[in-house]
Design a protein. Sequence first.
Length: 306
Amino acid sequence: MGTIGDLGEFALIGRLTRRLPQGPAVRLGPGDDAAVVAAPDGRVVATTDLLVEGRHFRRDWSGPYDIGRKAAAQNLADVVAMGARPTALLVGFAAPPGTGVEWAERLYDGLADECRVAGASVAGGDVVGAPEVALAVTALGDLGGAAPLTRSGGRPGDVVAVRGRLGFASAGLALLAAGRDGPAELIAAHRRPEPPYTAGDEARAHGATALLDVSDGLVQDLGHIAEAGGVRIEVDSAAVPVPEILGPDGLRHALTGGEDHGFAATFPESAALPPSWRTIGRVVEGTGVRVDGRDPPAGAWDHFPV
């Protein structure tokens, strides 16, 4: 099929948008100056993220379909972390003119399929030429009349619980960096996260006081809940799920590894949580995050390290 440069901007847009089925929340999809997305709640949850080649993904490690799934997942998870249901994505796609048309189509297949899992759609976006591949993704969501679940609601006496995988993507990245090809489950987790999109509804149903997406490492992200609520979070490392597949550095991966896009929440102590949520600590008076009464290990993600 040649390259996107051979095809040209508008022919490329036509090919890509034909691969994007529209869900019921999208009243007017790609093809006009802007999309129209229903907002029955009267409020819109909105979040945006950037993925840059060489920083967030490598094309020699991940295929276009997985890159698309990952780009969608990390934004859809942020909507869920507000206690909302995802409705739509807007995607800005930058790529060198020599990028294959088939590569671009598979990227958009990944975006569309991840949206389908979460109940959303790709409603529009933009395509531009650039020296490297980059994706700018904006996700929209609907609260359904409920209050947002923010980071600031945790109070002393609450329990801290997690939902979804921890450390799998981090362990997979370490394997790829070491030139290894297995365990395949860990490498797949780095290439394509699997957020449990029901977590927002579950958290709300069980009285969650705070909720966030674990994207930059568990202890670092719990620090956001601690700071926003003016509290301390005490983590019991023995309660953190560390499957054998994570290897000898499993606890470090689970505590500091990001990009699995599981969820962490605080709940009243009386909450009867389902088995899919694992209690790993408590909220107490104080500041910061402690693991087994000590400072947590370093190593969480930072785009601008000192």
